[in-house]
Design a protein around this ligand. Sequence first.
Ligand SMILES: Cc1ncc(COP(=O)(O)O)c(C=O)c1O
Length: 419
Amino acid sequence: MKIERVNNERTPIGKATIDKIRADFPILGLQVSGKPLVYLDNAASSQMPQPVIDRIVRYQTEEHSNIHRAVHYLSELATSEYEAARVKVQHFLNAKESREIIFTRGTTEAINLVMHGYGRSFIGKGDEIILSALEHHANIVPWQMLAQEKGAVLRVIPINDDGELLIDEFEALFNEKTRFLALSHVSNALGTISPVKKMTAFAHRRGVPVLLDGAQAAPHQLLDVQDLDCDFYAFSGHKMCGPTGIGVLYGKAQLLERMQPYQGGGDMILSVTFKKTVYNVIPAKFEAGTPPIMAAIGLGAAIDYLNGIGLGNIATYEHELLEYATGKISAMPGVRIIGTAANKAAVMSFEIDGVHPHDVGTILNGDGIAIRTGHHCAQPVMDRFNVPATARASFAFYNTKQEIDKLVDGIRRVQEMFS
Ligand SMILES: Cc1ncc(COP(=O)(O)O)c(C=O)c1O
């Protein structure tokens, strides 16, 4: 079944709309260090608009109860809102069925769920798992733990100096022992958008299932898991205007059905005796215990909000911001952009000659500018570029070119202080 997408793409983001969008985000009115906040740390966590905050408050003031458990009014209401949020995620991803959507704590837990539920059953001694050199630690460490436990082997797709995957080398990594491919859709450290649809098709021609880490893709582009044809897709609510503590694992139903549960407890069972437990059907099989009900409903509201703006509009506007920032920053002497892929999301990692990234972050904070400094939970990427850390500005659809100008002025101030 093809689901009709609900995005309203009628009004592009631009001069006429940006002030209205920004007014939806109360936190953007903050003063930091006596200056208006310039929030450029969206890849770490995005901000929450008022309609999402209001939805959470309404849930807590008028609708809260435990779900799936009682016949009283509040329990039925909370259950139906929680399940409605699942359907919103289904439509957001264009998944075939809502039972293919599992609520998790975030991307990290979603990947760990696949490692435990799929990996421990279907990956064994000598088997090979392919990852890329672009991965966040969340898509490295669980597979390393599995490899250690099972005697499996990790193979890594290398990247070029622009931070793009080397596709010939990717193809050459496959052999009869390859059992799994786990790949970031968009790199959090460099912004590289990888050709995951083609890579998934290549893996499938060799019978290898594919997990895509979509933590940095879901907030920034229209997704279609049926078109990508990936077996698993993971993302986090807090990076897409939703609350922390909620994320999603999409999995093809026939795979989820074959997998072992990740955790045991209430709700994930059909019957329990001391001799034997019969597990529930999907998705309940993977949602043991009381789930983050409020956060799931908040994520549903965040999806409504993003759809109201239009993911296509968001992608176009953020690309304009990226091009503007790239033009300005690449023209600055003594500043090097790290990550210059041809196909890139709105992430700008850079280093300033002779200045440690932490000093850059601290000085910019004095101007009210929030960027990220460090290894961005992607130490192998830092090793590849021979740096201990980078400064990273990451843009969202509520940022402006004026804010990028402030970033550029801030970088100049850093250079002056260290000259
Ligand atoms: C590409 C990528 N994968 C995974 C994660 C982990 O997400 P979370 O901490 O929400 O589980 C992040 C977070 O920065 C990320 O950027």
